[in-house]
Design a protein around this ligand. Structure first.
Ligand code: ZN
Ligand code: ZN
Length: 306
């Protein structure tokens, strides 16, 4: 019986292409047969995979090893084998002669398989890989630019991105504190709080020992600070409106804003509710803040383990 395919690693043999694909598609690769002559040669993962997929003719593989030199240290095909085997499967099932990646036509199904195995698929994932790196570099660069402008927690948040109309809406609603905080965090420059997932504590971006750093803080003390920051911003917002109809309302709104802060300080039930609300708004922005803080970490400081 003539064997057509042989696994380079373990010498498993089959005449059926799908068998060898299944053999390589398992979660764990087969054990290398140490007596195997092939093991004397140090094939890379990808070379082993490709060689195993190429049929033997009179006990010889119909490929020139020089053609696989580009895979000398590569395991990229093996790491992305799922998509390759899906494509191989489709070629088998449909007897397709057109490459799904580059659209090239072949006269034989076998030629297409060889084309996909040797080169086309590798080029395809290699390009995808490069694109991904480029994307990451762009994302990194954007974050880097934001990092430069990240406002320290003890300074006022920048609310210049909030429109005049929105500001009027915020100061006249009943939920002025929470809505303002949500709005504050839309601006990346204001993302100076990292909330821990348990909402018991978090980190704020401050100057400590003459260095900018994210420093741990209990959520209760954090929310007390947030409330006084928001109170200041709300007062400024009211005082800075120049709408005519606001003139008479200003003093009433200011009373309301400051009464809310007093209630927060003096009513334990309200306080706990606000801590949960504000903690959750911070948590919602956690991943955006972490992206920025990671960049900061690389650049200047060390963040206490989170
Ligand atoms: Zn094997
Ligand atoms: Zn192709």
């Amino acid at each position: 019986m003539e064997t057509k395919y042989e696994c380079i690693r373990c010498n498993y043999k089959s005449r059926i292409f799908k068998d060898i694909v299944r053999h390589w598609n398992r979660m764990h690769l087969c054990k290398k047969n140490q007596d195997n002559q092939n093991m004397l040669i140090n094939y890379s993962d990808d070379q082993s995979l490709i060689l195993s997929m190429i049929p033997l003719k009179d006990n010889k593989r119909i490929i020139n090893m020089e053609d696989l030199q580009y895979l000398d240290d590569s395991s990229m095909i093996l790491d992305n084998k799922k998509e390759l085997f899906e494509k191989m499967d489709e070629i088998e099932n449909k007897c397709s002669k057109q490459c799904q990646i580059c659209n090239k036509n072949f006269s034989k199904v076998f030629d297409l398989k060889m084309h996909l195995l040797n080169n086309c698929y590798y080029t395809h994932i290699n390009n995808k890989h490069k694109e991904k790196i480029k994307e990451l570099e762009i994302k990194d660069k954007i974050i880097e630019e934001k990092v430069k402008d990240l406002i320290l927690f003890d300074n006022d948040w920048d609310i210049s991105h909030i429109s005049k109309e929105k500001k009027i809406y915020i100061i006249t609603t009943n939920f002025m504190y929470t809505i303002l905080l949500e709005e504050v965090f839309i601006n990346e420059m204001n993302l100076n709080i990292i909330m821990n997932k348990n909402i018991l504590n978090g980190y704020i971006y401050v100057i400590e020992n003459e260095k900018k750093n994210f420093v741990e803080i209990q959520t209760e003390s954090l929310v007390i600070k947030i409330m006084s920051k928001l109170n200041k911003l709300l007062n400024d917002m009211v005082n800075n409106t120049d709408e005519d109809f606001m003139k008479e309302l200003k003093s009433i709104i200011l009373l309301k804003i400051n009464k809310k802060l007093n209630d927060f300080h003096n009513n334990e039930e309200i306080k706990n509710k606000v801590i949960t609300l504000m903690g959750n708004i911070c948590l919602k922005n956690r991943s955006r803040t972490i992206d920025i803080s990671k960049k900061l970490l690389e650049e200047e400081t060390n963040l206490y383990g989170y």
